[in-house]
Structure formats: C-alpha cells, structure tokens
Design a protein around this ligand. Structure first.
Ligand SMILES: Nc1ncnc2c1ncn2[C@@H]1O[C@H](COP(=O)(O)OP(=O)(O)OP(=O)(O)O)[C@@H](O)[C@H]1O
Length: 451
C-alpha cells in the first residue's frame, strides 16, 4: 500500500459515501503506513479519528482489502504536523490552521455513540437543558455563551454534551469541535508546561469553533489551570466561539473557584438538569427496554415491572440502566420472563440500597433550620405565613422524598388532615414554577437531604 494507491482507493469510497461525507471525513485522511496488518492513517483531530473509526472503518477496510488481504485493522492517529484541511462550505473564514500537538498530548475523550439526541428521553426535569442543547447543536449564531449545564450524578450532562458534538458533526462539519473533560484540560495544560509547548496549547484551544468542557468543578482549587481556563474562555468568547460547560452544581456553588471564573461561567445560559421524576424514569426505562430487546428478542417483561423500577430506583439514571441490563442478562441466563419475582431476586441489593432513608423528622429539622424557625412552630398550629410556608415546603419534600402516605405525613405535622397536606404540596408545586427563590430553596434542601 502506498499513499498513491490510497488515493485511488478512496476515489471508490466517494461513490459509496457521497460527496459530502467524502470531503469531510475521507479526503483528509492521510495514509501513513502498513505494519503487521494494521493500516495507519493520520487525522487532523482525535474527534475526527473517532468519528471515522466508528462510522466508516468497515467501508475503508473493505476497500483496502481488495488491494491487500492481509490488512485486518485500521488505526487513526493525530499527527504532529498535520493541520486542518479547509473543509467544504466554511461558514466563516477558517481559523489559522491549528498546529496539533503530538498525539500523546491529545487525549480528548472519545464520544459515546449511544449518547445522541435520539436516545435522550425528554421529560419535565430536563426539557430546558435539552432545548438549550438542541439550539447550540444547530450551530447557528452564538446567542448564549457559555451554555452551562449542571445537575447531580448520572442525570445526562455528558449524554447531552456528546449529543451536541455528534449533531454538530452532521449539521456543521465545517466547525472544529473539541470535547474534553476538565481533568483532560488540566492534564494537557500541565503537559504543555512541562514540555514547554504552551504556544501549541494556546493555539489548539484558541482555534476551535466549539469548546466543550465536561465536569468543570474538577478545576476548582487548581489555580494555574483555572487561570489558563479563564484566558482560553475569554479568548474564545471574544471571537464569538461557542463554549459549552458542564458541572455537578451551579457556578456560584462551586467551592474554590475564583470569583472571576464563576462570574464568567454565569454570564451565558445556566440550565439545571433536575432530578428525574417518575414519568421521566419510566420513559427512560421504556426506551432502554426497546434497545435491550434488540439483543434479547425472546425476552418479555411482565406488566408492572417497569413501573415498579421507576418508582423504587430514583437515585440516578445510570443505576436505572444498570438494573435493567442486569435483569435482561439474568433472565436470559435462567430462561425466564422478567416478572416481579425475578426482579426482586435479581435486584435485591440495588433495591435495598435505594430504599428511601430520609425521614419526615429529618426533613422538618432541615427545613426549620433553613427558614430559621423553631421546629415546634413548624409542627404546631400557628397559621402565620412565616410558619405556614416552611411547613408546606416540608410537606412537599416529605411527599417527594419519602414513601409516606398523605395521611401519615399529616399525622406527623401535628395531626393535620391529609387534604391540608395535599393543599400544601400543590401550593409549593405552583410556587416552584412561579417563584425562583422557592425553586432554589427546594433544590438546596433536597441536595442537603440526599447528601
Ligand atoms: N434523559 C435521558 N435519556 C436517556 N438516557 C439518559 C438520560 N439521562 C441520563 N441517561 C443515561 O444515564 C447514564 C448517565 O448519564 P451521563 O453520563 O450523561 O450523566 P452525567 O450527568 O454526566 O453524570 P456524572 O455527573 O456522573 O458525570 C448514561 O448512560 C445516559 O445515557
């Protein structure tokens, strides 16, 4: 195999993949060498290597093997001196070609093929984050910068970021998109310092069109990394390039993050992925069952099982997914239908671990502390608003964070009737939408209780 032969072979791929895909993905590949059955190609970015490997590797391999049957694997590496080739239809003048650092320094995270918008189930708790992510993924003019996505563990932040990256590759292949975790950002920064390659580092980061940094809370307390991140951030914003950031909490709540970084992070659109509710969990389970059914076409699920899981496993989506995968594997091993008995057997540990441990007493204590009232006033008969509102908040949290019934909650709140509890819960549900302060209080209390 030679570079020239590759030139001929890839022309054949043009017919199979079409002009657009060809120009974007195949043409920039530079054949480098063939050794031990492995054909190595240079690619301008890791992102591109991953994409080509996941989407076109079979086709390329097929074509190569018509020439040389010993080739059995492809390898894509980011070459030290390979610059971005101008792509078709650039939407704006292309940035100066990025001089890419040696591949050892370029360990951006690979994108997960499963994390697309199609596989993301939208419900009330995540609809805003989803809509904002979709808007950014259109690759139109930058309207909010950065997009800051935050939420608890396993609620879909990474999924949404990958979905944006995948979609941008489809809709705007002319844009260079860089996705990495904050940890990788730090690693690359430290390595650039060590190797005295700060110019290269700056050039790479300041020439991307879209920068995505996952789990930004990681750089808290790491002063030099924060400093560099701040400069990168400013340089990109000044050039009107899109930045997307994720974290496990709101910018203002990240400890040991410099104020100037916090305020920068807050100046775009900050959206929260709320904890899943029952309907969203059920929707996610249904969609995952459809996916699993492709692997296990003979397995069936008895009615009520998904509802049971959505009710009982409310920690995070990752646990929910893991539970389902385990159920399918177990059921196929023992050759049984997935019914309640099998579910209880197979998931006994998960179900035990996710049993609600929060008590009504704990909620009452936390809420009275938060609003600075006495516990006895919260439970007692006084109807003053300064007591009634915290009481309703505590009722709301008791309803959502424990499995207690309304009459039982009423009893624990000084023997009130269940209709009073129902009224209180509804009132807070309304206020949560109308009053940002209440929404914030609820979120803070929930986090504190679940911590
Ligand atoms: N709305 C959703 N629809 C479908 N799958 C989801 C949804 N939300 C989360 N998931 C799935 O849950 C798993 C965890 O999601 P993800 O890794 O995006 O969480 P995260 O918020 O980045 O968590 P962490 O804080 O641990 O980084 C993934 O497999 C993801 O596909």
């Amino acid at each position: 195999m030679t570079q020239e032969k590759w030139g001929q072979l890839r022309q054949r791929l043009l017919k199979t993949v079409g002009q657009n895909n060809f120009t974007t993905w195949i043409e920039p590949l530079e054949f480098q060498q063939l050794e031990d059955g492995i054909a190595t190609f240079n690619v301008p970015t890791n992102f591109m290597g991953n994409y080509v490997s996941q989407n076109f590797a079979d086709l390329i391999l097929h074509e190569l093997r018509t020439e040389n049957a010993t080739i059995n694997r492809l390898n894509f590496t980011v070459a030290a001196n390979m610059s971005e080739k101008p792509r078709s239809m650039p939407a704006k003048p292309l940035a100066a070609p990025a001089k890419v650092a040696p591949s050892s320094a370029l360990n951006t995270a690979p994108l997960d093929r499963r994390f697309t918008f199609d596989s993301f189930v939208v419900g009330k708790p995540n609809e805003l984050a989803h809509a904002a992510a979709k808007r950014v993924a259109e690759g139109g003019p930058v309207t909010f910068n950065p997009l800051f996505l935050y939420g608890g563990v396993g609620l879909g932040k990474t999924h949404l970021m990958h979905a944006i990256a995948w979609e941008l590759q489809q809709t705007r292949p002319d844009l260079s998109v860089l996705y990495l975790s904050a940890e990788q950002f730090m690693y690359r920064f430290v390595q650039a310092l060590r190797d005295r390659k700060m110019m290269d580092f700056k050039e790479i980061f300041r020439n991307v069109d879209v920068l995505m940094v996952d789990d930004v809370q990681f750089i808290a307390g790491k002063d030099s990394t924060q400093e560099e991140f701040f400069h990168t951030f400013n340089a990109l914003v000044d050039q009107n390039r899109q930045i997307i950031i994720s974290a496990d909490r709101a910018p203002g709540e990240i400890k040991d993050l410099e104020d100037r970084v916090k305020s920068r992070l807050q100046c775009g659109l900050v959206v929260d992925l709320h904890p899943t509710d029952y309907e969203l969990r059920l929707g996610i389970l249904q969609s995952k069952v459809e996916q699993q059914s492709q692997n296990y076409p003979d397995l069936s699920i008895a009615p009520g099982v998904l509802e049971f899981l959505a009710h009982r496993i409310s920690t995070n989506v990752r646990v929910l997914e893991g539970a389902l995968t385990r159920l399918f594997a177990f059921a196929s091993l023992v050759g049984r239908e997935i019914d309640m008995d099998l579910t209880q057997d197979c998931l006994a540990d998960v179900l035990r671990a996710s049993e609600r441990k929060i008590t009504i007493e704990e909620i009452q204590r936390r809420v009275s502390e938060h609003y600075n009232i006495r516990l006895s006033d919260m439970i007692g008969p006084k109807r003053l608003r300064s007591y009634a509102r915290p009481r309703q908040v505590a009722m709301y949290l008791s309803k959502h964070l424990t499995s207690r019934s309304l009459p039982e909650i009423g009893r624990r709140f000084g023997g009130r009737d269940h209709t009073t509890v129902m009224h209180g819960v509804r009132r807070i549900e309304e206020l949560k939408v109308q009053d940002g302060q209440i929404a914030e209080d609820l979120e803070m209390l929930r986090r504190a209780l679940e911590a």
